[in-house]
Design a protein around this ligand. Sequence first.
Ligand code: ZN
Length: 197
Amino acid sequence: MYEGPVQALIDELGRLPGVGPKSAQRLAFHLLGVERTDAERLAGAILAAARDVHFCRRCFNVAAAEECRICRDAKRDEAVLCVVAEPRDVQAIEKTGEFRGRYHVLGGLIVPIDGITPDKLHIAELIRRLGEEPVTEVVIALNPTVDGETTASYLRRQLADLDVSVTRIASGLPVGGDLEYADQITLGRAFAGRTSM
Ligand code: ZN
């Protein structure tokens, strides 16, 4: 244990995902060594993000206004809706340049043992959107993991009675993999080769 503020900084950094105790300590001592203006800029960016970032009221992507840039873009194809787990998946898919439709961000995956049941995700909002927007195809783009599969089958059952075709991005993504880390070419191909569910 270090004294006061140093330990507090290590503890806070250690709560970040993927940061273990050793990394937290290394980052903390790095930050203690930076210029005060750099430290203030970092702290300011964290505060501004916590205070000013909203989630799009339509698709739940991160947004700087009531609706995100993609929902406000009239050139996007409103007939195709891509369902993803997290805003970072939107970024990964946008980078491929293969998709011109809009998105719906669930806010996670169904993980019953962690208490993440379907009502904790933006699934009801998805169903509502399908009733209000001229969507003809829903593309499910969830990670090829157990939780991703559970969530995809749940969605398929929920969407079965609606007048939309449900497709899934092709595999070729490594099983157990993460969309965010798939290279752009693999993810782009997965989009081009989506299949009916
Ligand atoms: Zn949006």
